[in-house]
Design a protein around this ligand. Structure first.
Ligand code: NAP
Length: 284
């Protein structure tokens, strides 16, 4: 029951009306019998500073942050957890003793999805990541931290991938971090896993982002996109009987980690997963 003690959580971004996070987090609060509510707030970039002051003034207990505010919110926070600082993006804010503290659960969320859904541990594996934006930064950092043997980045904006490799090398001088200056045109046989961290595949007529000849029988193919659940990349990989994973697992586990930061309790993962699946089915 919503009453005078109800704690408020939410999501800030622009746009946010497509978000599945309210369904996932509210289901978790209900199941754990926590008197809390999670709402989606559409915040224009020019209102971000006011929105975060408002969070503090109103005592909103926690927020998720999505596009386009993940990097932009950092100057308005009181503290940023070291990992989020290195990644340069925050997707979770906790209000603690009057201070706004920023975290990033995206990368760890992806790793947990990889481990729990595909039963793959990053240690010793070689990853090729398409895209070098916020999500690729978070995932790249966490893959190296977890002992990946190599992470190579490709982005159409070459400087983005270049900067990401430079930034990560500062923190992981012994890791094999590489820049691909063009899309691979032959088999990715030196790689175990291909990750699409670009928005290519979200739109109805998007092409297959990479040439068919790069796929080899042992390649694991992940797409961070969850809507549609099967992008052309995942459809093609499935047709070749490769192991695949869409972005729903990452969405779930980044949410699980945010929820645990806010509540200090173990998240009801199954409840959250079911809520997400139900919300997706409703969207179809
Ligand atoms: P972003 O910051 O915009 O990064 C995407 C990067 O990909 C940009 O640098 C973009 O370059 C580049 N790019 C676009 N088309 C490309 C192509 N054909 N080849 C290579 N690079 C290309 O976005 P993001 O926040 O990292 O998100 C990336 C994707 O992950 C989105 O689809 C997002 O929905 C998804 N995501 C999913 C989750 C989840 O929980 N499942 C969480 C976060 C993000 P330009 O900027 O020059 O276009």
């Amino acid at each position: 029951m919503i009453d005078a003690h109800t704690k408020l959580f939410g999501l800030i971004g622009y746009p946010v009306r497509h978000s599945l996070s309210p369904m996932m987090h509210n289901a978790a609060f209900q199941s754990a019998r926590i008197n809390a509510l999670y709402l989606a707030f559409e915040i224009l970039p020019e209102n971000l500073k006011d929105a975060l002051s408002g969070m503090k003034a109103l005592g909103i207990s926690g927020l998720n942050v999505t596009i386009p505010h993940k990097e932009a919110c950092i100057p308005f926070l009181d503290e940023v957890y070291p990992t989020a600082k290195i990644i340069g993006a925050v997707n979770t804010i906790v209000l603690k003793e009057g201070k706004l503290i920023g975290y990033n659960t995206d990368g760890k969320g992806f790793i947990q999805a990889l481990e729990k859904i595909l039963r793959i541990k990053p240690r010793g594996k070689r990853f090729f990541i398409l895209g070098a934006g916020g999500a690729a930064r978070a995932i790249g950092f966490n893959l190296v931290k977890e002992g990946a043997k190599e992470v190579t980045f490709y982005d159409i904006a070459r400087s983005k991938a270049e900067n990401l490799v430079i930034d990560l090398r500062v923190h992981f001088p012994n890791a094999k971090l590489e820049l691909a200056t063009s899309l691979p045109s032959s088999s990715l046989k030196e790689f175990d896993c291909l990750i699409n961290a670009t928005p290519v595949g979200m739109r109805k007529n998007d092409p297959l982002i990479i040439e068919p000849k790069v796929f080899h029988p042992k390649l694991v193919v992940c797409d961070l996109i969850y809507n549609p659940p099967q992008t052309p990349l995942l459809k093609f990989a499935k047709s070749k009987r490769l192991k695949t994973m869409n972005g729903l697992g990452m969405l779930l586990y980044q949410g699980v980690l945010s929820w645990e930061l806010w509540t200090g309790k173990k998240a009801p993962v199954l409840v959250m997963r079911k809520a997400l699946e139900k919300a997706i089915a409703r969207q179809k």
